[in-house]
Design a protein around this ligand. Sequence first.
Ligand code: HEM
Length: 509
Amino acid sequence: MAFWTAVLCALLASILGGLYLLGAFRRRRPTEPPLDKGHIPWLGYALDFRKNSAEFLKKMQRRHGDIFTVLIGGYYFTFLMDPLSFEAIVKAPRAKLDFEAFAVELVTRVFGYHPCKNDHKIIQVSSTKHLMGDGLVVMTQAMLENLQTLMFHNRDSGEERSWQQDGLFHYSYNIVFRAGYLALFGNEPGTGTQSEEKAKERDLIQSEELFDEFRKYDRLFPRLAYAVLPPRDKMEAERLKRLFWKVLSVKNSREKDNISGWISNQEQFLAELGVPEYMRDRFMFLLLWAAQGNTGPSSFWLLLYLMKHPEAMQAVREEVDNVLGEAGQEVKPGSPVINITRDMLMKTPVLDSAVEETLRLTAAPILIRAVVEDLNLKMANGREYALRKGDRVALFPYVAVQTDPEVHPEPHTFKYNRFLNQDGTKKDFYKNGKKLKYFNMPWGAGTSICPGRFFAVSEIKLFVFLMLSYYDLELVNEKEEIPPIDVSRWGFGSMQPTHDVQFKYRLRI
Ligand code: HEM
């Protein structure tokens, strides 16, 4: 009898435990945000969220207002949709809201890298030194040289004087990815003129191959991150991961010239902390992904918007020509390639606004923090909400602010000078009559803000600068509409189009 009682108790306990895990007992407490668990136990709204996060969140916002908690794949996410209240999340101390807990899981799954507790600090220190200030001057120069090698390697062959055709997304992503990769991870070594030419040739070939493999991984990435890859794609992702670990390995990098301080410093820091070499190889893959997965797509969108908006193209072209003129440079036949310095890139308010506008429309990260201890969240309207330990808090600025018509009128229209006042100074943005601190958040915010943002903007601007200075650009079909955003990638940074757009380019001189 006692035996059967024990079995019954164990059964009951496991059923109750199972139901608890499935979220059956969770009820909204009086001070908590509205709770919506959906209809599927444990999964909650995972399928709707995964299908189109932006549409799902807009629907929830209409239903529940500016703060709500939803169940997604076993986790309770509280979404805060009021940008006036973002500060409370962004500035919360790590002891209360932690961004790393979530990142650890993702990074292990997608890069095979097991984070150590100093990673974030190492990234921050190296980025401040090498991707900002004086470090950025060096990186801008390296990026420029590699862009020029890739874009003009057959300049004298006469080939580029006639119209060339390509997909604009493919072209932009390819060039910006490869130039960024070479600027960060170094070039093939070459000594003497002959072998220098050979080294450049090897750079061209190797970076092209790497880009092809990167794109394969890129396409798998959203489903890999959500852990929903079918077995065959999972195997392919595994193959690609191993390939990147090998190509970017510490051992291979020792053979390179011009490896950036950003890469070598971080590798050295990890080595000093005793992180084994095979794990450092994996970290390099993480860095490649973070550094090269967004800038190419963003460059594509910017060029496309400029081509679809002649008044924007004209304004940016004029600015680029003026900056070149002021620096005493001109693009003319037989002249050496132009030199674009960091200083020159600081004198382009119109291009800056066009970049910012492009990112507003096409960069859509989701910021996620784990709630480390129970806490009260104070909203800008004075209301307070209790957040539970173990839940997650999330911001999706693309919906909450970047496309809010009150903050950015006609939010889905590209306006190249949206971020500028008449006198060329930077504009302020308001909601409910209050000035917003967070009105565009392509880089995230707070401790997890993108440490490569200044370099990223330099990369995009250099690319556009060169494209506009050297080439006439036209869409093959001028009437072609701007393609929609691929909604499967919401939350991962720069969005990609559902399909490419054919364009033509020809040397202007
Ligand atoms: C248009 C281009 C880019 C966009 C839109 C972008 C956006 C972002 C965002 C939204 C995050 C994380 C936010 C979060 O988790 O809260 C991030 C992280 C990061 N980004 Fe960027 N990024 C870009 C380019 C770059 C470049 C060029 C580099 C480096 C050369 C870079 C390096 C990193 C790194 C290392 C992290 C992780 C930081 C950490 O975990 O401590 N990014 N980026």
